[in-house]
Design a protein around this ligand. Sequence first.
Ligand SMILES: Nc1nc2c(c(=O)[nH]1)N[C@@H](CN(C=O)c1ccc(C(=O)N[C@@H](CCC(=O)O)C(=O)O)cc1)CN2
Ligand SMILES: NCC(=O)N[C@@H]1O[C@H](COP(=O)([O-])[O-])[C@@H](O)[C@H]1O
Length: 221
Amino acid sequence: MSSASTTRVVVLISGSGSNLQALIDGQSSAGLPIEIAAVISNRPNVKGLERAAQAGIEAITLDHKGFESREAFDAALAEHIDSYRPDLIVLAGFMRILTPAFTQRYCGRMLNIHPSLLPKYQGLNTHQRALDAGDSEHGVTVHFVTAELDGGPAAIQAVVPILAGDDASILASRVQAQEHVIYPMAVQWFAEGKLTMADNKALLDGEPLPASGYQVRTDNA
Ligand SMILES: Nc1nc2c(c(=O)[nH]1)N[C@@H](CN(C=O)c1ccc(C(=O)N[C@@H](CCC(=O)O)C(=O)O)cc1)CN2
Ligand SMILES: NCC(=O)N[C@@H]1O[C@H](COP(=O)([O-])[O-])[C@@H](O)[C@H]1O
């Protein structure tokens, strides 16, 4: 950890940055013991970069379209990240699949938030897939990032009901409200040294978590 009391974090985004904002708000008003050293987006001109700038955080665009390969992009991204010497890398709506070399480099200190109850619905379009499947509940998972896309060990999940009349947008909003609760929780656990990854398992206070991680159930409509 970068200091006795704070964990140095680099946040990767691709869009709106609402999860980034939850971490910024947690840092400023809820005592989340982190220092966000930089925010890096693979897409230009996204709202998340504005949120970072408004919070006085260095906001960088590293447009993946400017690189000839995924490997070249990841190498440049790693160089940027390493210049900040972070303890933790947080993917917050980051929409690029990372190469195995990259995920190995940050193994055990890189988290992602995925809008499904993993291992269900890895990949994209998760809300519509849950609706199409006729599921009665859905949710979101914070997990450690590994080479396996959305396959890393889960730290925490939030479960929400799927209600009559839901469409993907309504469901996404219900899920996202819980994202903004559980992501700061997971980052706080990591910052306090309570959340670790060993042998491809997530551990909380040294005890292995179940495959779904620590579950938070909510009936928030
Ligand atoms: N190696 C890993 N890379 C990433 C992980 C991971 O667990 N392992 N998590 C994802 C985040 N994610 C879902 O939570 C996700 C992001 C992006 C994609 C995807 O298909 N991306 C496409 C481009 C899509 C677009 O630009 O809209 C791509 O990279 O070609 C799937 C899942 C982050 N990376
Ligand atoms: N596969 C990754 C993925 O789909 N992530 C999702 O991106 C959304 C936008 O996040 P943001 O508002 O924090 O930018 C979030 O809902 C997050 O679950």
